[in-house]
Design a binder for this molecule. Structure first.
Ligand code: NAP
Length: 478
């Protein structure tokens, strides 16, 4: 029997487990999906915005995999903690696949980045998604103007969440604290700012278009800024995704402006001005976050111009955009994993088709999939082929894995293979207190009950104590 540990229960981890379970070459395989959190699904639970219910429903597909008889979810297991390094894991499992994603955010590296009121967008996302590590964070929305730096899908998510009204948010599974804070928000202007042109924005068209359908919110773009991009003027050569983005932006640029905030303006007047505005700006590179005693007050940008090679160069002209809240949405970044090689430049683990490479040679029995393998790019579905490739490498190595010693080398005559001990018992002995699948089901039940009591649907429990208490309620009493 081949016993595999998959570290991380987000899409890449679950798709890896699925590829391992559904293949026919190694039928007697058991896959243990370990997660640091007591809850499964990674960024599908803690990254996909709460108002994106359709994407969130992917959890149902992931659930089917984790409920397979050959899959075993074990939450609240911290790989890398004392007593649970790679060496110890390899004594419990024949192979270990790291699917740990990209746990931190990229830095801008400009003055003022850490002023009060300037946050990584990833923190804001974790907070409104009820990530238990974000339970101590406090966001307030006294700001009238909020700046989102970056034009990827996370930037679109946070701009949209800042623009949604209380009634729409109450229908989601957002925890009570963030719901109340966002419902009381004073934000009227949300700026989403790209350093390059509209044809190079990273957001996808479906997500971009959604900004135009938000109630009581106007999307504004500046035709003269869009026109600076040669590919915007002549989008014929653009890849389809970028061309569609350009078409949406063109539609917004060509719309008549909305009028003043006066619903009684009379017949023939422009439509009343919506309560909120999302301003999409391009060719502005952040150079400094400016503050005063109360925290952030503005961001200073240098205007840029296309350099003809897909990049931009500075023009020496500057512009300040006022804002009291700054969300830096410039991408995620992988973090070094104890005992694994790490490429600082890319924030990924070096690998060949998913086999971890140490000094150019495969580290026996250790694999990667997902963002820690290829970097934080692509949509959820991108993880499927990525996971499949890694699973294929692992399965090709299966005969060698089953015949190796705990040091990774060939099994010496009479030497012990990995332990025959049950992995849960071995993990407990290693100092962990795993939350198995019934514990997660108890969390789900507690969240449904909590929401019901609040007169809402399911509402997520936002802290470690609440999650672990709920999970423990499923444990048999002594
Ligand atoms: P992203 O797609 O890589 O976008 C990062 C943005 O930050 C880009 O606009 C980038 O501009 C900009 N940026 C980077 N460094 C900068 C700097 N120093 N100054 C100014 N701007 C800078 O990252 P993301 O938005 O975090 O998304 C991560 C992944 O998750 C993506 O694959 C995304 O599609 C996915 N995701 C998908 C969804 C969805 O499907 N609904 C939702 C959320 C996230 P340049 O292009 O100029 O570098």
């Amino acid at each position: 029997m081949l016993r595999v540990a998959v570290i991380g229960s987000g899409p890449s981890g679950v798709y890896t487990a699925q590829s391992l379970i559904e293949q026919q070459t190694v039928p007697d395989i058991e896959v243990y999906v370990l997660d640091r959190l007591p809850c499964p699904y990674g960024l599908v639970r803690y990254g996909v915005a709460p108002d994106h219910e359709k994407i969130k429903s992917l959890q149902n597909n992931l659930r089917t995999v984790l409920e397979h008889p050959r899959a075993h979810f074990l939450g609240n297991v911290e790989v890398g903690a004392p007593g649970l390094g790679i060496a110890e894991l390899r004594k419990i499992f024949d192979a270990v696949v790291f699917c740990v994603g990209a746990a931190t955010d990229r830095r801008l590296g400009i003055p003022g980045e850490d002023l009060p009121g300037s946050h990584p967008a990833t923190e804001f996302v974790a907070w409104y998604s009820a990530h238990p590590d974000a339970a101590a964070l406090r966001f307030t929305f006294a700001a009238r103007s909020a700046l989102v730096i970056g034009v990827g899908n996370v930037a679109v998510d946070v701009a949209r969440m800042l623009s949604r009204g209380a009634a729409e948010l109450a229908a989601t599974d957002m925890p009570q604290g963030p719901l109340g804070a966002l419902a009381d928000s004073h934000v009227e202007d949300v700026w989403m700012i790209g350093r390059r042109g509209p044809s190079q924005a990273k957001f996808t068209t479906k997500e971009l278009r959604e900004l135009g359908s938000l109630p009581d919110t106007d999307v504004r773009v500046r035709p003269e800024e869009l026109a600076l991009d040669p590919a915007y003027r002549d989008p014929g050569e653009l890849p389809a995704a970028a061309r569609r983005n350009v078409e949406v932006l063109r539609g917004w640029a060509e719309r008549p402006a909305t009028g003043p905030e006066n619903p009684d303006a009379g017949a023939g007047a422009p439509p009343a001005r919506p309560r909120r505005r999302i301003h999409l700006r391009f060719f502005l590179r952040p150079v400094e976050i400016l503050g005063d005693d109360g925290g952030v007050r503005a961001v200073r940008f240098e205007r840029t111009a296309p350099d003809g090679a897909g990049g931009v160069s500075g023009t020496g002209e500057f512009e300040e955009i006022e804002g009291q809240l700054v969300l830096r949405s410039v991408g995620y970044r992988g973090t070094p994993q104890p005992g694994l090689p790490f490429d600082e430049a890319t924030g990924t683990v070096p690998h060949l088709a998913g086999r971890v490479l140490q000094d150019g040679a495969p580290l026996p029995g250790v694999y990667v999939a997902g963002w820690i393998k290829r970097g934080p790019t692509g949509v959820i579905g991108t993880n499927r082929p990525c996971a499949k490739e890694t699973a294929s490498s692992l399965l090709a190595d299966a005969p060698a894995l089953a015949a190796r010693g705990t040091d990774g080398g060939p099994l010496a005559a009479g030497a012990a293979h990995r332990t025959a001990e049950d992995p849960v018992a071995a993990l407990i002995r290693a100092g962990q207190r795993p939350v198995p699948w019934p514990g997660w089901l108890a969390i789900e039940a507690a969240e449904a009950e909590w929401g019901h009591g609040l007169g809402r649907g399911t509402v997520k429990l936002p802290d470690w104590a609440g999650l672990l208490n709920a999970a423990r309620s499923a444990e048999p009493s002594d």
